[in-house]
Design a protein around this ligand. Structure first.
Ligand code: SF4
Ligand code: SF4
Length: 226
């Protein structure tokens, strides 16, 4: 990837305060100009290297901003991989087992911990639930119909007119989400909707993730076979 990092001219610059993290809050008016540094970013094996040309004052070691950003990215990736590690059970019969143990107390235990915070769905790259909101203008002659993000883990998600809620408990909502990820999508599209990225495992404050569900059904499958 090649990008230009344009220079800027500050017309005003006030340093407001030094923050606890060592950076400063600034207030400025600036204008970018056509003069630019050319940056080339290429994938590398085993770490990050920085090559600098014509800029003897730019650090190339750990104080280089590109190096710092890459280090922060690596740390976040490691944390995610750690939370969703390589020991993912290969449970071929997961849809069948989920159907067989649909009423298992496992889902109540999971739901008893769930905070209904929606963090898992919000960070998931394959969650796409949405809500439709209609807003009528005061005169009643016109209005707006908007599509907004939503999550099936939200208590209101399955509530319908009259106040009935098809998935009123966290257990029912958690089970539904795991069904969508590991069962229903698999049946219709022949692939899991969970791509194993681990984002939800990091985001969930009570350690609920598909890996817990897969491990549970792995045990169930083994017990069943005995
Ligand atoms: S691990 Fe699966 S369910 Fe969790 S965020 Fe990634 S794709 Fe979504
Ligand atoms: S599973 Fe975890 S992240 Fe998802 S709604 Fe429940 S508590 Fe929040």
């Amino acid at each position: 990837m090649e990008i230009s990092a344009n220079a800027k001219i500050n017309l005003t610059l006030d340093i407001l305060r030094r923050r606890e993290d060592g950076y400063h809050d600034l207030q400025m008016v600036m204008q970018s100009v056509s003069l630019a540094d050319e940056l080339t970013v290429t994938p590398a094996q085993g770490g990050v290297g920085t090559a600098v040309s014509d800029l003897h004052f730019l650090p190339t070691g750990g104080k280089n901003l590109a190096q710092m950003a890459a280090a922060a990215f690596r740390a976040a990736t490691r944390a995610r991989q750690g939370a969703f590690n390589g020991a993912i059970p290969d449970v071929q019969e997961i849809p069948m087992l989920m159907d067989a143990f649909h009423e298992d107390g496992f889902w109540d235990e999971l739901g008893g911990r769930c905070l209904s915070c929606n963090a898992c769905a919000n960070v998931c790259p394959t969650c796409y639930c949405f809500d439709i909101r209609d807003t009528l203008d005061p005169g009643g002659a016109s209005g707006r119909r908007e599509r907004v993000w939503d999550a099936c883990t939200s208590p209101q998600f399955a509530m319908v007119a009259g106040g009935h809620n098809f998935r009123a408990t966290p257990a029912a909502r958690g089970r539904h989400r795991m069904y969508h990820k590991l069962n229903g999508f698999l049946a219709t599209h022949d692939r899991s909707l969970c791509v194993g990225c681990g984002r939800c495992a990091v985001a969930c404050k009570v350690d609920i993730s598909p890996i817990e569900v897969l491990r549970f059904f792995e045990r169930k499958g083994t017990d069943d076979a005995c």
